[in-house]
Design a protein around this ligand. Structure first.
Ligand code: MBD
Ligand code: FE
Length: 296
């Protein structure tokens, strides 16, 4: 059998009906996308001779993995692909420059405390080195960005994030803050050094990675959203350049320009990192994406 099977009248009629494309009502864009999506799956079934057992095995995986979609999506490269798509669309629209974007990941929590000045992000005891980070948020001409809010979140020394910690040991918003910056756009914080992240052992993502012959590890990293009036909201992160997984991130979040070397001395590490924002070309560019996010 060849993929031409999908082009037969019986299958094409099925697709028209199943996607609602031949109905008067319904959402046109959703009908078109649904039709293409289902047709794509049909072609894959035929191309790879997928039998009934394998088909239901795949459905079962998607069902069982539902609460790990936030992890499966970056693991298979789709979240990074969205960054590549947004970069390419920006380039087409003549929008360039500034700190590169990179994936948000599934572990942001809304409503972290808003703090000013030299901030401590870590509420809980954690027997590890201290990370000191400083830098400045500027605009395209190097002007300090006024009134910025810098969202920061990272894991603890076990690689666990507060609100998602399987040991249940962390207090709310540990290693999560929103830094309210002044007119000079400068920020400064310290916290307990994060360790790299590993997918929950034997969970759906971990199982998939093993079956693909891959690992489920990320290097130690710190996530950021940077928002400021008149500027495009930036989603990014830094990964530690000296981590063994720095260039082997299962989530494809590490990017050139986002891989600083921590300056380690004794029991502390310093990272200086500046953010450059693009100016918002439309008010909507100061918004966050419509992604559903956890809240405490
Ligand atoms: C993380 O901490 C993360 O940032 C991503 C992208 C995926 C899983 C865990
Ligand atoms: Fe992360």
């Amino acid at each position: 059998m060849t993929e031409d099977f999908v082009q037969t009248e019986a299958v094409q009629t099925l697709l028209d009906k199943a996607s609602g494309i031949s109905e008067d009502g319904g959402n046109d864009r959703l009908q078109t996308i649904t039709r293409d999506l289902v047709e794509g799956i049909m072609k894959i079934i035929v191309r790879h001779d997928i039998n009934e057992s394998e088909f239901w095995q795949a459905i079962g995986f998607l069902q069982g993995g539902a609460d790990e979609y936030g992890l499966i999506v970056p693991a298979v490269g789709l979240e990074h692909f969205m960054d590549l798509v947004m970069d390419a669309r920006d380039a087409e629209a003549g929008k360039s420059g500034g700190t590169p974007r990179t994936i948000e990941g599934p572990l942001y929590v809304e409503g972290a405390p808003i703090v000013e000045g030299d901030a401590n992000l870590t509420s809980d005891p954690d027997d590890t080195d201290t990370l000191y980070m400083t830098g400045q948020v500027t605009g395209p001409d190097g002007e300090p960005v006024k009134g910025a809010l810098l969202h920061v979140w990272h894991a603890n020394s076990k690689g666990f994030y507060s609100h998602f910690d399987p040991t249940g040991e962390q207090t709310p918003f540990n290693n999560r803050r929103r830094l309210k910056l002044g007119d000079d756009g400068r920020y400064q914080f310290h916290s307990k050094m994060p360790a790299g992240y590993a997918c929950p052992p034997d969970g759906p993502t971990d199982q998939l990675m093993k079956m693909l012959g891959r690992h489920g590890n990320r290097p130690a990293h710190v996530h950021f959203f940077v928002e400021a009036p008149g500027y495009r909201t930036l989603t990014t992160q830094i990964n530690f350049g000296d981590d063994p997984f720095a260039k082997d991130d299962f989530a494809f979040g590490t990017r050139e320009g986002l891989l600083p070397m921590p300056n380690r001395q004794g029991d502390s590490a310093m990272i200086a990192f500046d953010f450059q924002l693009q100016r918002a070309a439309a008010p909507s560019e100061t918004d966050f994406s419509a992604r559903q996010r956890a809240h405490a």
